[in-house]
Design a protein around this ligand. Structure first.
Ligand code: NAG
Ligand code: NAG
Ligand code: NAG
Length: 571
């Protein structure tokens, strides 16, 4: 095939591809919107008796039973509704938003197994749809819920303030927001269950959305004259932003999303964090892991690649093309299948990135993002390329094609009626797990909206700086001795690994060996960054088998100088 005919064949393939994505969007968009509204009480056709403003996760009552309301899912769903109303996409949604506000005001006050409104109850992940507490055992608390709810309500509050309705913001929204934001400010540095409700540890997604809520909460508090709250939220936002940096894993060139359970930490968590903290005014800032930042792109690249070889439906797909993706590669829940919302999140992050590159009129390839770009455009080199350059066109076209591939993947495995379950089968693409998952529909709407170039409101990420106190501690280190009491059998040894590079970034293979000179005390001394929040665990190795300590992770914050000793007992 000659060059020109090859080129036109490629363009034709691209055109067909784009056309099928366009036609999927045209049919699936309305289905997703209707599916989302059907799951909101009390008027929704599938909401089965939920109170007004209550979002059911799914109408499924068996295998799995999702007929509950989760604060995370509801807040993400309502963020879509608030965005659609406030950007003029759908002017009919105001009643829904009012219902949401009223329903959450009630739910905040419901005493539950996590506590009361003032003793930790705001971290309760889910409730019954009649607004009573869910009292069975569960992975609780989950500390992203109050942050995500704040973000949805602050977006609403900012709109109302700009539309001559500050009275309502002060009298109705602020009391609700203050409870959630105080909770986030007080508890962001405590462990909790991750967004998948499985691991109690620190979670990148949770910290990222907490940082966002505190930052925009501080701005709202300032505008309402709440200066004490504003000062506290700013202080804690700075601290959370410091901690957020610690998830970056330089040796693997990606974010380690979850530091518990012995997982690799390659997780849709990082992609979801990037899209739900997208601020179109913040450029490609890496400190807040903006979608077009080198760190977020490197993490996306690594996350996507984690699924290439493990799902049969991905086999034979070239390395520069989209594949089905799931929550994390080690997932076994319901069989560990790909999810619609995680596959769409990849597309959305890339569409968000394209919005910013076009807006700023340039694209920058750094050593961190270069492998990602080179995978799509062989030979891509580091540098900054203006919108007028052919490199800009080549790279953005390649990214757009790659992004569309993830939508096409979801389109391929969407049944003809457009209904979206939670997952699709890793071997044959058949829908499975909860039917009509509200969050799946929300993810369709946000991904399509990003592809159309619609930008959400900014939240103040522009110009945010990692505090000097974290930066100062870079390069400075302190000596930390880890002592752990552990009885072992002959041939069994104790090792240490954790969230810092010096602790081998959660690698059981490279974990540090402890000495047993003072058996049953095992010991090792390591240099760690100063002023750093660090998580770690001891592991046992015997005959090649690795046993992790039980959750949650151990934590420590290193001092600013000198040395430090921790005295632990094996758990
Ligand atoms: C302010 O917004 C609330 C909530 O939607 C609404 O009930 C109220 O009528 C609005 N007030 C004004 C003055 O627009
Ligand atoms: C969290 O931060 C507060 C100060 O804001 C501190 O008092 C508390 O000890 C910290 N908790 C942990 C677990 O680090
Ligand atoms: C651990 O024990 C040593 C003495 O064995 C002591 O000096 C040190 O302060 C202890 N560390 C903590 C954090 O309690």
């Amino acid at each position: 095939m000659g060059f020109l005919s090859l080129l036109s064949a490629l363009l034709a393939v691209n055109a067909v591809w784009a056309q099928s994505v366009d036609s999927y969007i045209a049919t699936e968009g309305p289905v997703a919107k209707a599916g989302l509204l059907a799951n909101i009480g009390s008027s929704g056709s599938k909401s089965s008796g939920a109170k007004p403003g209550i979002v059911i996760a799914s109408p499924s009552t068996k295998d799995p039973n999702y007929l509950f309301t989760w604060t995370r899912d509801s807040s993400l769903v309502y963020k879509v509704i608030v965005d659609q109303f406030t950007t003029g996409v759908d002017n009919s949604l105001r009643g829904h938003i009012d219902n949401f506000v009223n329903s959450q005001k009630v739910l905040q006050q419901v005493s539950n197994p996590s506590g009361t409104v003032t003793t930790g109850g705001l971290g309760e992940p889910k409730f019954n749809i009649d607004q009573t507490a869910f009292t069975e055992s569960w992975g609780r608390p989950q500390r992203d819920g109050p942050a995500l709810r704040s973000t949805a309500l602050i977006t609403w509050g900012n709109y109302l303030s700009a539309h001559n309705n500050a009275t309502y913001v002060t009298s109705q929204l602020w009391p609700i927001l203050k409870l959630d934001l105080d909770y986030v400010a007080n508890s962001w540095n405590q462990t909790g269950f991750d967004l998948w409700e499985e691991i109690s540890s620190s979670s990148f997604f949770t910290t990222a959305v907490q940082h966002r809520s505190l930052r925009e909460g501080a701005a709202l508090a300032t505008s309402l004259g709440q200066s004490a709250a504003a000062a506290e939220y700013t202080t804690q936002a700075d601290n959370a932003l410091c901690f957020l940096q610690s998830y970056w894993n330089p040796s693997a060139s990606r974010v380690t999303a979850n530091t518990g359970g012995g997982r690799s930490g390659r997780d849709a968590n990082t992609v979801l964090a990037s899209i739900h903290t997208f601020d179109p005014a913040a450029g490609c800032d890496a400190a807040t892991f903006q979608p077009c930042s080198d760190k977020a792109l490197a993490s996306l690249y690594d996350y996507v690649n984690a699924f290439r070889s493990i799902y049969a439906i991905n086999s034979g797909i070239p390395a520069n093309q989209a594949v089905a993706t799931g929550r994390y590669p080690e997932d076994v829940y319901m069989g560990g299948h790909p999810w619609y919302l995680t596959t769409l999140a990849v597309a959305e992050q890339l569409y968000d990135a394209l919005i910013v590159w076009k807006k700023q009129g340039s694209i920058t390839v750094t050593p961190i993002s270069q492998p990602f770009f080179a995978s799509l455009s062989p030979g891509a080199a580091t540098g900054t390329f203006a919108a007028s350059s052919s490199t800009f066109t080549t790279l953005t076209t390649a990214v757009k094609t790659f992004a569309d591939g993830f939508v096409a993947k979801v389109a391929q495995f969407t049944p003809s009626n457009g209904a979206l379950a939670e997952q699709y089968n890793r071997n044959n693409g058949q829908p499975l797990s909860a039917a009509d998952l509200t969050w799946s529909y929300a993810s369709v709407l946000t991904a399509f909206s990003a592809r159309a170039g619609t930008v959400p409101a900014s939240w103040g990420a522009a110009g945010v700086k990692v505090p000097a106190s974290c930066q100062r501690s870079e390069g400075k280190s302190v000596s930390v001795t880890f002592n752990v009491q552990a009885t072992t059998q002959f041939g069994e040894n104790i090792f240490l690994t954790g969230s810092a590079d010096a602790l081998q970034s959660w690698s059981p293979d490279n974990a540090l060996a402890l000495n047993a000179d003072r058996y049953p005390t095992w010991s090792v001394t390591v240099n760690l960054p100063a002023n750093a929040a660090i998580e770690y665990k001891y592991i046992r190795k015997f005959n090649g088998a690795v046993t992790w300590e039980s959750d949650p992770n151990m934590r420590l914050t290193t001092p600013s100088s000198g040395s430090f000793t921790v005295n632990d007992s094996w758990r």
